[in-house]
Ligand binder design. Structure first.
Ligand code: HMG
Ligand code: MG
Length: 302
């Protein structure tokens, strides 16, 4: 399999990243982050989630954030929807894409969305139908595709099973997510292969958290299989409140640095991306969780 020459990155920082932050992040900061990401050339941005504010208070300002964004033509704005109530609220904000999320592990499904995996799929059926009727794209995230914080290792057959259930309810694209960042390259390849039994290459993406420092290696292992779409997070923000100990997603800056170094196009301006990461990290009172970003900052300063 030939390594792709162009890669599409979806920055999930505003959603996956900020959902895990304990401190309140004002709407204006979230909107500014989205603006800076689109300014850096990101064409796919996961903005927020329409989940219960009792479960994830940080995303309670979802509609205000969506309303505050000055949209650019050619940029797709995605939001997470766990059920029909979330979808109905999301639809009023006219997202280009909604994301439904089901777990390959039963225990995580219960902790994260308070229902079994089968029940979650049943909830997503009307969501997918409504989105399709409204002309909104439907993506599915398969959580805990390699490992679960409660059950341990997850078999690839579970990934294929969730992918089949998603396909059957009309989900158009699936993301294979290593929610807790435990996977190593061969394991991630097996999980992706399982998804590829059900969806074609152009409709499978990778979503890797970097808890064990494996996310960049897993991205490369995926590229070698021909996977060309990934979720990444500016400044390495991220984590799931219901996946204890899991850290951020692979940093967009690290992935862009690697891809550009390999001669793979992303359409992203690394310099402007760096500024976006410095902006949000500055607000959060820390350095970007990105080796490339920090090396480039040192180089800039020198
Ligand atoms: P529940 O408590 O079982 O829901 O939560 P319920 O149907 O019994 O409703 C309870 C209350 O929530 C009711 O309000 C509902 O109206 C309200 P009350 O009558 O008590 O005032 N409610 C809602 N409010 C706003 N928006 C909604 C909504 N739905 C119900 N959509 C539920 C079930 C799914 C809602 C809850 O478990 C939840 O919101 N979970 C979300 C957890 C979450 O956001 N996790 C992080 C995102 S997933 C992730 O990060 C993984 C990913 O990045 C990929 C990866 O890395 O693996 C995608
Ligand atoms: Mg995630």
């Amino acid at each position: 399999m030939k390594t792709p020459t162009r890669v599409k990155l979806t920055d999930v920082g505003p959603r996956d990243g900020l959902q895990n932050e304990p401190q309140a992040v004002p709407v204006a900061i979230k909107v500014e982050l989205v603006h800076r990401l689109q300014e850096a050339g990101l064409k796919d941005i996961e903005v927020t989630s329409f989940v219960s504010p009792k479960w994830v208070p940080q995303m309670g300002d979802n509609a205000e954030v969506m309303a505050g964004i000055q949209r650019r033509p050619g940029v797709r704005y995605a939001v997470l929807t766990p059920n029909l109530k979330g979808y109905e609220a999301a639809a009023l904000c006219q997202p280009d894409e909604i994301v439904v999320f089901a777990s390959a592990s039963e225990a995580f499904s219960q902790k994260n969305i308070n229902c079994s995996m089968e029940e979650s799929i049943a909830r997503f059926r009307p969501v997918a139908q409504a989105a399709k009727a409204a002309g909104i794209a439907v993506r599915g995230a398969i959580s805990c595709a390699v490992g679960c914080p409660y059950e341990g290792a997850v078999a690839p057959a579970r990934v294929a099973q969730v992918a089949r259930l998603m396909r059957d309810i009309g989900v158009q694209h699936v993301g294979v997510a290593d929610t807790i960042g435990v996977g190593t390259p061969a394991q991630v390849q097996r999980a992706l292969e399982a998804a590829l039994q059900v969806y074609p290459m152009d409709h499978v993406s990778g979503h890797f958290h970097d808890t064990y420092g494996m996310a960049l290696a897993n991205t490369l292992a995926s590229l070698e299989m021909g996977i060309w779409q990934f979720d990444t997070s500016v400044a390495g923000l991220g984590g799931c409140p219901y996946a204890k100990g899991a850290t951020g997603n692979v940093a967009t800056e690290d992935v862009v640095y690697m891809l550009h170094g390999m001669g793979i196009e992303t359409g992203i301006d690394l310099d402007k991306l760096l500024d976006a990461g410095v902006f949000i990290s500055g607000f959060l009172g820390r350095k970007p969780q990105s080796r490339a970003a920090n090396a480039l900052r040192t180089k800039r300063a020198g």
